[in-house]
Design a protein around this ligand. Structure first.
Ligand code: PDD
Length: 279
């Protein structure tokens, strides 16, 4: 019961020291990862996360150590061992363990996983929104790969937190791309805008779900580039991720957004219904 961890081929103690010094995951960030939310004991949108994992792995020429069925069986066993019903599953696959060299060594990929209690979402923030700051998108150009290399994201989030903000929203050449760990949306005149799913952003599972929900509710969605000025003048702004779901934004670097957010609210309610229905 409680937090559970798996490394390579066995379940390990969450505090156990198991990662060898020559693991490419921590030497190079040479790997990919996923985060899945579990609601009422059920992993949410698991196939979509595995699809993206396989795309990320293929993009870095990484062969998965196990087939999807086996990975899902490990996830299932981990959840059973943990007995956590509202959980966050983190897993990563690295290129493996080998004496340090830049080019790919001949070694087997390594799968690692943790299960922990999901953070409860603050209902006041959900209602009132959270402040964000705009940051320069100084990441590499393959942000569609969910790579372990998160140093720019970590630094952007740290700067945002130091300013009392919940998220850093990236701009690249004046165009809003996404958040440091989320996808960004703006609503103007009843239309939802979000950056197209190019190589420049992570193709968020929550993003895709929210777009689907909007279409079902006859809310127009434009996957188009928009600039920071448009973003700051939006009627509503929100960001999405597996951990925060649909999070309204109250202000960006001092620019306040209107307090009524009909579109954000509709989407956030519809999203909740999806996982409640699954329980
Ligand atoms: N982050 N963009 C970035 C850069 C992200 O890191 C994430 C997710 C998203 C949203 O993707 P999804 O809806 O599939 O969670 C967008 C995860 C949660 C993390 O790193 O913890």
């Amino acid at each position: 019961m409680g937090e559970v961890a798996f490394y390579k081929d066995r379940f390990v103690g969450i505090e156990e020291n198991v990662v060898p010094i020559q693991e490419r995951g921590h030497q190079f960030g040479d790997g990919v990862y996923e985060v899945i939310r579990v609601y009422g004991g059920e992993p949410f949108l698991m196939e979509e996360h595995f699809d993206r994992l396989e795309r990320s792995a293929a993009a870095i020429d990484l062969r998965l150590p196990y087939r999807r069925e086996k990975l899902k069986a490990i996830v299932k066993e981990a959840l059973e061992r943990s007995e956590i019903k509202e959980a966050e599953i983190y897993f990563q696959i690295t290129r493996g363990i080998s004496p340090r060299q830049h080019h790919y060594p001949e070694c087997d990929a390594v799968f690692a996983l943790t299960v922990r209690q999901a953070k409860t979402l603050d209902s006041i923030k959900r209602e009132e929104g959270v402040p964000v700051t705009i940051a320069e998108d100084d990441r590499w150009l393959n942000c569609y790969i969910k790579s372990l290399n998160l140093l720019p994201n970590v630094m952007a989030k740290q700067k945002a937190m130091a300013k009392g903000c919940a998220e850093a929203i990236y701009q690249r050449d004046g165009i809003i791309t996404e958040g440091s760990s989320s996808n960004a949306f703006a609503v103007k005149d009843g239309v939802i805008y979000t950056h197209p799913a190019t190589r420049g952003i992570l193709h968020g599972i929550t993003r895709a779900t929210v777009i689907e929900l909007a279409k079902e509710m006859d809310i127009a969605v434009k996957e188009e580039k928009f600039d920071t000025e448009f973003f700051l003048n939006a009627d509503e702004v929100f960001f999405t991720s597996t951990s925060v779901e649909v999070m309204p934004v109250s202000e960006a670097d001092g620019t306040r957004f209107p307090e009524t957010r009909p579109v954000t609210l509709k989407l956030s309610d519809a999203f909740k219904k999806l996982y409640i229905k699954g329980q």
